[in-house]
Design a protein around this ligand. Sequence first.
Ligand code: MGP
Length: 177
Amino acid sequence: MALITKDDVGNVHLLNDSWKLWYWRFSGTAVNWTDNLHGLCDIFNHIKMPSMLTTGCDYSVFKSDIKPMWEDPTNKNGGRWLIKDSGLLDQYWMDILLSMIGGMYDPYNDNVCGIVYNRRQYSKISVWVSSSDTNIVNDIGSKLKHFLDTKEKLKFEKHSEISKKKVNVHKKIILAK
Ligand code: MGP
């Protein structure tokens, strides 16, 4: 593959956004979830397929100015399209990455924030959307289904509801003590 110099750039398709790779790894010493989250790099040359990650770890690729957390101002009113493991998550990961980076969610590219892969016993991928507006969410969801060529039902969850649910679970544990 030929290298492209700065002078050649005028003739090639430029990316709409720059993207950042994030890595979350459990550490017994960290007090907060956010302390375990590390920004790796802005451009990636080689990434292990996510299924090769150690169970319990996450990969996230987000637009450079958005952190892969509910608290980020762009994420906080949005949610995620959830894709469960059907043996195709590595393929889905690459397909979604390319569709996001290629800006294939017109007219709602600005509402696509990033993608998360949670390597778990039951791994999952989620595509984070900055809005909970039904039109925007459904349009991105149907494009996603089309790109993945899947008939599986995808589920949309609002971040505000997931984070509330987690708080309630914590409260329940405290109340039960
Ligand atoms: P998870 O890692 O997103 O999913 O959330 P997992 O492990 O598959 O769990 P499940 O409940 O979805 O099946 C696990 C926990 O990490 C959450 O309950 C939160 O305590 C914490 N966490 C996850 N996220 C994405 C955030 C976040 O954006 N902000 C903060 N503060 N905590 C988070």
